[in-house]
Design a protein around this ligand. Structure first.
Ligand SMILES: Cc1cc2nc3c(=O)[nH]c(=O)nc-3n(C[C@H](O)[C@H](O)[C@H](O)COP(=O)(O)O)c2cc1C
Length: 267
């Protein structure tokens, strides 16, 4: 498993890889990845989850059939399938853990892509035996990038993301600029970047935008919870990198119009 500095560096190079070489990954490397998946500490340690690394390249094709467009149908030599207990906070917990898994894979020279598109559970059940109290949540495609020159981003300007002033309300103090920057470039489903931050004298409060439209609510409610776990992961890595490792705390009375309050960080 890589140290925090390597994960911090990976934040700035990672990008979604959707085209892979056919080559399978060695057994040793797969074991290493399984170890990483099993040993990253989550936000909550009372939520059980499981990972299955499978190399059925046609799986995604079978699971999605013709029902969706290109988004989601990523043909990769391997996938990580994640199932979990459905307890309060399970999606944020998985987003947090598996973004760290992805950053480890990035450092290993592997391409990755989150796949959060809903799939046919019946087909998945033929591939893995899902535990009775678990729900399949998402997949991560991974493997060697078809064009190794396209594995990493070379410059931060390559990230298509919102400007900092659209995401942060309040005065950003010097030490926090770099921490917010690591959060700003986090990946999210359809690049929706649902996170918002409010800075006051003592805290940074973290929010997720609320969807009002019924259709987008249905599509994004769960995906955005995973996204929020991802952004907490980036914040955690960046805070550790700048030696200001702080806890996420759930406070009362910080509601914000149009947003759902998640947690706060004491400055
Ligand atoms: C929870 C989640 C689900 C995602 N699902 C898909 C998906 O089904 N298909 C896909 O091609 N990309 C998927 N993505 C990748 C996003 O589209 C991508 O992260 C975003 O556009 C930002 O681009 P980048 O990852 O290259 O920085 C997903 C990302 C996240 C975080």
């Amino acid at each position: 498993m890589y140290d925090n500095l390597k994960l911090y560096e990976a934040i700035f190079k990672r990008k979604s890889v959707r085209k892979y070489k056919g080559d399978k990954i060695s057994k040793d490397t797969i074991e290493k990845i399984q170890f990483i998946c099993d040993n990253i500490k989550g936000i909550y340690d009372n939520i059980e989850f499981k990972t299955y690394i499978v190399d059925d390249t046609d799986m995604v094709e079978k699971m999605y059939g013709g029902i969706i467009g290109k988004y989601g149908k990523i043909k990769a030599p391997q996938y990580i399938i994640v199932t979990s207990e459905e307890k309060e906070g399970y999606l944020e917990n998985l987003g947090y853990i598996f973004e760290k898994v992805i950053l480890n894979l990035t450092e290993m020279g592997l391409g990755t892509c989150w796949i959060g598109t809903p799939f046919k559970k019946k087909v998945l059940n033929e591939i893995i035996k899902i535990q009775e109290n678990h729900k399949p949540v998402f997949l991560i495609a991974f493997g060697y990038c078809e064009d190794s020159d396209k594995l990493y981003r070379k410059n931060i300007s390559e990230f298509k993301r919102k400007d900092m002033n659209e995401l942060v309300e309040g005065k950003i103090q010097r030490g926090w600029k770099a921490i917010f920057e690591a959060a700003r470039i986090a990946p999210s489903a359809t690049n929706s970047q649902p996170w918002r931050f409010v800075v006051d004298d003592n805290y940074v409060h973290i929010y997720c935008i609320k969807r009002t439209n019924i259709i987008s609510k249905k599509i994004y409610d769960n995906l955005n919870r995973i996204d929020m776990g991802i952004v907490l992961s980036h914040l955690d890595i960046a805070m550790q990198n700048f030696q200001c490792k702080k806890e996420f705390k759930q406070l009362q009375g910080y509601d914000k119009r149009g947003c759902r309050y998640l947690v706060s960080i004491e400055k």
